[in-house]
Design a protein around this ligand. Structure first.
Ligand SMILES: Cc1ncc(COP(=O)(O)O)c(C=O)c1O
Length: 333
């Protein structure tokens, strides 16, 4: 494997900490729970996209790009981190965001504005429309003499996913140093790049770790298809003899509730529980739902108390402030 041959820019503070969650472990009655703190990647309030952007913007720079164009939801963490990274590298950022133009900028969108990104809001959630709009923007930029670099939804290309192959290796080194054998990784999944990278990383090292992706929105089959096709792309890029049949992948879509970006009561409970046991913040769109899934899997007896499970925190904190009303409703747990 030759991850080092790709051009790269330094954006993330790595390695991120791997920490014990003793109070949560005790409350849930085991398994031993660890947390991989990719909320602390350091770029503009952290998150998983800092790792992917190191590879993607490395390629952008090597191609002489002067404008980065990407897409996502109005509260996209990926868009916020792309906007910040672009500033750090002296590039212009254009964000094609799906939703309604809000009365007030909050959360990630507020940060996009602070980072000076040019935001174009379009009223469609269809992925093909978002990508077609990016292509239109790119054509317009090229006509003006610019060199645009397009990053698809979530930065989930084969190249972006390579970052999570490296992250899986990072985790294994840390776990080895702690003398811990990891049985499973649980994390939020959506555009699939994080899961594809973790899948390849754990397969290559023959670590026998289950990678469990908890969907933040899309149905299981959609995420499985996305992950399998990114794994194929990674295998081509790195000349690996590796495939991910959808049956090899574990994607759970039972914790989405009413839809992407709509927090469930279990998600809000999970956010409160982690805050009040470990002093760690989760977000209401991705990691809160993933933690709600992990808690449910433990309660249903899917893990043995003797096992070790790593909850991979993928970030998303700024979205907390865009959901202040749902999160501030009083409730005791
Ligand atoms: C906070 C957070 N967690 C998880 C994910 C899912 O990662 P991926 O898109 O690689 O599936 C995202 C992606 O948008 C995210 O912003």
């Amino acid at each position: 494997m030759q991850l080092g041959r790709f051009p790269r820019v330094k954006l993330a503070s790595l390695p991120t900490p791997l920490e014990e969650m003793p109070r949560l472990t005790e409350i849930l009655g085991g398994p031993r729970l660890l947390i991989k703190r990719d909320d602390l990647t350091g770029l503009a309030m952290g998150g998983n996209k800092a790792r992917k952007l190191e590879f993607l913007l490395g390629e952008a720079r090597s191609r002489g790009a002067d404008v980065v164009v990407t897409t996502g939801a109005l509260q996209s963490n990926h868009a916020r981190m792309t906007a910040a990274a672009a500033q750090k590298l002296g590039l212009r950022a254009i964000l094609v965001l799906s939703g309604e133009e809000p009365a007030e900028y909050q959360g990630n969108l507020l940060l996009d504005a602070l980072f000076g990104a040019e935001v174009r809001v379009i009223q469609s959630e269809e992925e093909y429309i978002l990508h077609a709009t990016m292509e239109d923007v790119a054509r317009e930029l090229s006509r003006e003499g610019h060199r645009p670099y397009l990053i698809p939804l979530g930065g989930s290309t084969g190249l972006g996913a390579c970052a999570y192959i490296e992250a899986a290796l990072e985790l294994l080194l840390q776990a080895n140093a702690m003398g811990v054998a990891v049985d499973a990784i649980v994390h939020a999944t959506s555009s699939g790049g994080t899961q594809a990278g973790l899948f390849v990383g754990t397969k290559l090292t023959q670590a026998h770790i289950k990678v469990v992706g908890i969907s933040a929105g899309p149905p299981r089959e959609v995420v499985e298809r996305r992950v399998a096709s990114i794994v194929e792309e990674v295998a081509r890029l790195l000349q690996l003899d590796l495939r991910a049949h959808p049956d090899d992948l574990i994607v759970l879509d039972g914790y989405v509730g009413d839809g992407y970006g709509i927090p469930t009561p279990q998600c809000i409970d999970a956010i409160r529980l982690l805050a009040r046991t470990e002093g760690i913040l989760l977000d209401p769109v991705y990691t809160g739902k993933a933690m709600a899934g992990l808690i449910d899997l433990i309660r249903q007896g899917h893990f043995d108390p003797s096992q070790t499970v790593v909850f991979w925190h993928t970030g998303g904190i700024p979205a907390l402030f865009a959901h202040a009303r749902a999160l501030s409703a009083p409730k005791e747990f």
